[in-house]
Ligand binder design. Structure first.
Ligand code: NAI
Ligand code: ENO
Length: 276
């Protein structure tokens, strides 16, 4: 089998490394729309060959889309003439909007996936050797795919040492919102709160582990996250409301000096770690 990867940043570059290491792909082809990245991809030796999109479509048995979630949607028209045996897999962080917009002609070929692994870094230099091993990948709405394509996707992810979870795309987006999208928004908010202070350097000079833990993902790509917040807008708005409710509850208890209640509130938060 030959795999073609569109977008060779953190996710695509790491995937290229994994499929090569496990011998999953005879040859690994890549396509990027960025001249700057081409040089880096070649210097890092991420793929066997960088090709244009039309060539990638012809030579690949499986096409992997590891580009921002709005770019995935913009790519759809390019795939209307692909061979019925070509599998397309997207790695986007949102799923419902993507699945809803897959053209009927390629719906059976298009497997919607979300690897639950990553970092705050982006671009080809962020590609890692062991990003996927032992991690979970969510596959969505598989009832709309042909078995031939589902089996190919299972084979690739299993051979990379991943655990597969199957879920509908709506449920995926609700869960991903609370476990990933809201935490990223909170981290961006915390970073902006500190950066809006009159002397952020003085504050940051005191930063210990807790602040570093909570602000690491505020370094993530605004381009990538802007698309995710847009595509998961409804779930984001609801989760922000619930988060505001918690902040307001804490604020009120501090205002009213109800410190025993505040402790109980924190004890309830501690219990998360009994199930994490
Ligand atoms: N960063 C993370 O931790 C995770 C990201 N994802 C998803 O994976 C996808 C890729 O994310 P990353 O690899 O982190 O981003 P990245 O920014 O590191 O890499 C994306 C690459 O795609 C290229 N690209 C953009 N539009 C393109 C187009 N139309 N044609 C060809 N190449 C194009 C860019 O030049 C860039 O190098 C996104 O959909 C994201 O939501 C999923 C799980 C984790
Ligand atoms: O860096 C981290 O801790 C992440 O949570 C990375 C991440 C980003 C986006 C995803 O869709 C999944 C994982």
């Amino acid at each position: 089998m030959n795999i073609g990867i569109i977008g060779l940043g953190l996710m695509g570059g790491s995937l290229a490394k994994a499929v090569k290491r496990y011998g999953i792909s005879k040859k690994v082809y890549g396509f990027t729309n960025s001249e700057k990245n081409k040089k880096e991809i070649e210097e890092l030796g991420l793929v066997d060959e960088l090709v244009d999109l039309e060539t990638l479509k012809k030579v690949s048995d499986v096409i992997i889309l590891s580009i921002p979630v709005d770019a995935i949607i913009s790519m759809f028209p390019n795939f209307l003439d692909i061979d019925e045996k070509t599998t397309i897999i997207d790695m986007g962080s949102t799923k419902e909007y993507i699945v809803k917009n897959i053209p009927t002609k390629i719906r059976k070929n298009f497997v919607a996936a979300h690897p639950m692994t990553g970092t705050e870094r982006n671009g080809p230099k962020a590609a890692m050797d062991n990003l996927y091993e032992g991690k979970t990948v969510v596959l969505c709405d598989l009832e709309d795919n042909a078995n031939f394509h589902v089996n190919k996707a299972f084979k690739i992810f299993q051979e990379m040492g991943m655990r597969i979870v199957v879920m509908n795309s709506h449920e995926h987006d609700v869960n991903a919102c609370y476990i990933s999208h809201l935490p990223h928004l909170i981290s961006f908010s915390l970073a902006n709160t500190v950066m809006s202070h009159q002397n952020p350097k003085e504050i940051i000079a005191l930063a210990a582990g807790g602040f570093k833990d909570m602000s690491r993902i505020a370094k993530s790509s605004p381009r990538m996250w802007g698309d995710i917040f847009k595509q998961n807008r409804e779930n984001m708005l609801l989760s922000i409301k619930y988060f505001e409710d918690q902040m307001n509850e804490a604020k009120k208890m501090i205002e009213d000096e109800r410190y025993e209640e505040l402790e109980d509130w924190m004890k309830r938060a501690n219990s998360l770690h009994e199930i994490l």
